[in-house]
Write a protein that binds this ligand. Structure first.
Ligand SMILES: Cc1cc2nc3c(=O)[nH]c(=O)nc-3n(C[C@H](O)[C@H](O)[C@H](O)COP(=O)(O)OP(=O)(O)OC[C@H]3O[C@@H](n4cnc5c(N)ncnc54)[C@H](O)[C@@H]3O)c2cc1C
Length: 448
């Protein structure tokens, strides 16, 4: 049974993934919901914004299942139960979790269209091509207009949610308050999208149920499957330096670079140079801030209050989990929105910081360690131990991806596990005796 609250008039700024799912929850709780987006209706245009695909995992599914839309979304998702690690001389596979545990590849555009459909079906009203420039916090009034210096129209609500992404205007206004903490940090790595088209018969050119990764140290290429048989690839690479976007200036530079460093992609990316120069090189940012709410009037949610780098595939999942937790607070505190907001931000902020840290660290794991034999052996030891002692050891990746326990817990336990594995990997002849009782007993001893 969904809870019903005293009906309010609520505005959600941003019809991205988080804004549209939030709208479904708010409608079900009995509110009138208006959603504003500066962009045109993504359902009516061919392409909007970033076309990358996303990995959905358990936290995302929980929020979708919470309003009964998980099954519909599963129809547009492809399960990936393993990493396919493309080294220069071989292809390794590494399962993500236990049998049957998968993350799911979903096209951002297809998912967003579907989410807007679902929110509309739930009764939310959408206003596209409406740019929000400012909000008056004290009375939840939005200021909307074509240009920042032009005329604005004012729309007063009982409450406003800022789901307007990493460069949120709603947060921008909150930043001008006393005691508002804010930080923004760009990493030196950028990204560019490339494409592996489908075979002529519509099948995938690479294994469809894998998250493909070409780890090359300071840079890496990944590829996620799409429903039409293609893969969306993302090249992550430093902006400057020897192997960098800056070093690939001419068509011949790009072709030579791929032939030398990513040779097994050359046959499957036919429009390499064309896509490389047509598609933008984008930046990656970590943004943190606090507080996330103002009285019982305004709250931030999703990337608007915690933008993270994408190396754990958790940005959207974390945003969806914000909604799960907000809804838990709505259930617990009824119509006391001041309390709901303050408990929501208190619960989510440390977890947002924890997943920001884990995501930042995971670049190293993906781009370097997956190519390292010692690291792969360590993962094998952990997996073996965890299968035998599931109550004593859940690997960090599973804690983040296949669990609903707080990210803070994953970070803390992950650090403790790392300290144990660092010692285990020092055992003499570990390569030979990795599956022996000596190793198992050592872990048990260190866990005590
Ligand atoms: C390369 C890359 C890969 C990623 N991979 C994953 C992944 O695998 N798994 C995962 O969980 N996450 C991933 N993410 C993160 C994920 O994309 C974001 O966390 C998610 O899109 C955030 O959703 P959101 O709705 O909060 O914000 P957004 O998607 O940014 O949506 C914000 C919306 O607000 C609108 N808007 C902004 N300003 C205004 C304004 N002033 N007025 C009106 N409307 C406005 C925008 O038009 C937009 O529609 C990835 C991110 C990147 C960059």
């Amino acid at each position: 049974m969904f809870i019903m609250q005293k009906s309010l008039k609520i505005a959600v700024v941003g019809s991205g993934l988080v804004g549209s799912l939030l709208a479904v929850y708010l409608r079900k709780a009995g509110h009138a919901v208006h959603i504003y987006d500066r962009s045109p209706d993504i359902r009516k245009i061919q392409f909007s914004g970033r076309s990358i695909n996303l990995a959905m995992s358990d936290r995302g599914w929980k929020a979708l299942n919470g309003v009964g839309v998980g099954d519909e979304i599963r129809e547009i998702a492809i399960p990936m139960d393993k990493r396919a690690i493309h080294l220069s001389d071989k292809l390794n596979f590494q399962n993500y979790g236990k049998d049957g545990e998968s993350i799911y590849s979903i096209s951002r555009g297809i998912l967003n269209r579907k989410m807007i459909d679902l929110a509309e079906k739930a009764g939310a009203e959408f206003f596209f091509e409406q740019r929000i420039w400012d909000v008056t916090l004290a009375d939840a009034t939005l200021h909307i207009g074509e240009t920042e210096r032009g005329e604005w129209e004012d729309k007063k609500y009982d409450m406003v949610f800022g789901a307007d992404g990493a460069f949120s205007r709603i947060r921008h206004r909150m930043q001008r308050q006393n005691m508002f903490n804010y930080s923004q940090e760009f990493v030196n790595t950028g990204y560019k999208e490339l494409n592996i088209p489908a075979n002529a018969d519509g099948t995938h050119k690479l294994d469809k149920n894998s998250f493909h990764i070409w780890p090359r140290g300071e840079y890496m290429l990944i590829a996620l499957p799409n429903l039409d048989g293609s893969f969306t690839c993302t090249l992550f690479m430093p902006f400057e330096g020897e192997n960098s976007f800056a070093s690939l200036k001419e068509i011949k530079d790009v072709e030579r670079f791929f032939e030398k460093n990513l040779p097994d992609t050359v046959d499957v990316i036919p429009k390499l140079a064309e896509d490389f120069f047509k598609n933008p090189t984008s930046t990656l940012v970590t943004m943190k801030c606090f507080p996330w709410t103002y009285e019982d009037k305004v709250a931030l949610i999703g990337d608007a209050c915690h933008a993270i780098v994408p190396f754990y595939g958790q940005g959207m999942n974390a945003g969806f989990e914000d909604i799960t937790i907000l809804y838990e607070m709505m259930q617990e505190f009824g119509d006391d929105w001041k309390k709901i907001f303050s408990e929501y931000e208190k619960s989510r902020k440390p977890n947002a910081d924890a997943i920001a840290e884990l995501s930042y660290r995971n670049f190293m794991e993906m781009s370097s360690k997956t190519a390292d034999d010692k690291f792969l052996l360590q993962k094998k030891i952990e997996k073996r131990f965890s299968e035998k002692y599931p109550d004593k050891w859940l690997p960090l990746y599973s804690r983040v991806t296949f669990s609903h326990r707080p990210y803070t817990e994953a970070l803390a336990i992950g650090d403790a596990q790392k300290a144990i594995m660092d010692q285990v990997m020092l055992i003499n002849d570990i390569e030979k005796i990795w599956d022996s009782p000596i190793v198992e007993n050592k872990i048990l001893e260190l866990l005590d």
